[in-house]
Design a protein. Structure first.
Ligand SMILES: Nc1ncnc2c1ncn2[C@@H]1O[C@H](COP(=O)(O)OP(=O)(O)OP(=O)(O)O)[C@@H](O)[C@H]1O
Ligand SMILES: [Mg+2]
Length: 360
């Protein structure tokens, strides 16, 4: 067990985009164990492998490790392996000399070089093709690399962190990943638990995301009710923190707790959609027409909610819905919604209590 002093992390220059340390490592036992491993591993000059399902926070953890480490003064360079097509990835990683291949009109340093003195984060490492796996293994073994088309050896002077949501053992069995590369990159492995195994952390993450989205979207969504928190702690969260993040963004933007229930996984719990399915005289059910009706109904409800949340500011609503202002005006008309905020009926009691009340 690590001592209390060992588990206390003090970040001198934490990036503002990272969740606060106490939010990221919540009170759950599972995340406290992760915190202890991070404290022990951050300062060691060995590669770290971060495992965990999609959306569990692997990239955030890699950034934390960088910031806790002696390499924090250097850059954090991320390589998203599957996002860069095969041959391009090699030149992105290693860099190239002028004339190394057609189109190499000037020399360019690779990300291994850019990461000097800092952290090289190889994300989705299981997606590397066989030839790059071999080249990476070589670099990790002898600590040197060369730019494509160059002879000069350069030293890899960066802490390497790799991440994947794949089961690397299965990948090795199926021949998709080299076992010798795994042994190079997994000197220390940190596995992030799925959100369903750390439910105690949910209230804190919810509060952090609420504040963050209120700022980002200039809203004032209040903390969700106890019932909602309870519901959020019950859910299975297949998309982990990323799914919770989307859920909170929807809540803050729409300003209504209903936002939490629109994607209930259990269809029995879902509110009935109340579309009167049209059955034609010959007993057929016209799918296309029904789908159109359902879409219109959904559009009606969503546009109404967004208009309400934005005090009927149609330009803002169009922005939130990612449609043009003209498209919104058209849809508002089509959905039979009022073009302006409906006039509130004057409330005599309130008028008496508040002389500045206006019924707009
Ligand atoms: N504890 C947390 N508190 C607040 N936000 C978090 C937390 N953990 C992760 N996030 C957020 O959740 C999202 C997903 O995190 P991240 O991208 O690190 O996950 P990942 O495991 O790399 O996912 P993938 O496997 O899909 O790439 C990010 O927007 C991140 O900021
Ligand atoms: Mg990721």
């Amino acid at each position: 067990m690590a001592s209390a002093a060992e588990t206390k992390l003090a970040l001198p220059n934490r990036s503002p985009e990272l969740p606060a340390e106490d939010v990221y490592f919540g009170p759950s036992e599972a995340m406290q164990t992760v915190r202890q491993r991070v404290v022990r591993a951050a300062g060691l000059n060995v590669p770290i492998l971060v495992l965990g399902e999609s959306g569990t926070g692997k990239e955030v953890l890699a950034r934390f490790i960088h910031e806790y480490s002696p390499w924090r003064a250097g850059p954090f360079i991320k390589v998203n392996c599957p996002a860069i097509p095969g041959t391009l990835l090699e030149s992105e990683l290693f860099g190239y000399q002028k004339g190394a291949f057609t189109g190499a009109t000037s020399a360019k340093p690779g990300r291994m070089e850019l990461a000097q003195g800092g952290t090289l984060f190889l994300d989705e490492i299981a997606e590397l093709d066989a030839s790059l796996q071999a080249k990476l293994l070589h670099v990790l073994q002898d600590g040197h690399f060369t730019r494509i088309g160059d002879h000069e050896e350069k030293t890899l002077d960066a802490r390497v962190i790799c991440a994947t949501n794949r089961e690397l053992k299965h990948e090795i069995e199926s021949g998709g990943f080299r076992s010798d590369l795994l042994y190079r990159i997994n000197v220390i492995t940190i596995t992030l638990p799925p959100l369903r195994d750390r439910r105690d952390d949910i209230p804190q993450i919810v509060e952090f995301l609420r504040q963050q989205f209120n700022l980002r979207f200039t809203r004032e969504a209040p903390p969700p009710s106890k019932e909602v928190l309870h519901y959020l702690q019950q859910r299975s969260w297949p998309g982990n923190v990323r799914e919770l993040e989307n859920c909170m963004a929807r809540y803050v933007i729409l300003g209504s707790e209903e936002a939490f229930y629109t994607d209930r996984p259990d269809p029995i719990e879902r509110k009935p959609f109340n579309i009167a399915y049209e059955i034609s005289e010959d007993g057929k059910i016209p799918l296309k027409r029904i789908a159109r009706q359902v879409t219109r109904r959904m559009e009606h409800d969503l546009i109404l909610k967004v208009l309400q949340a934005n005090h009927w500011n149609r330009r803002k609503a169009a922005e939130v819905l990612k449609i043009s202002y003209r498209a919104l005006l058209y849809k508002v008309r089509q959905a039979g919604l009022p073009p302006k905020r409906p006039q509130r009926k004057p409330d005599p009691a309130r008028m008496a209590a508040d002389s500045t009340y206006s019924a707009t």
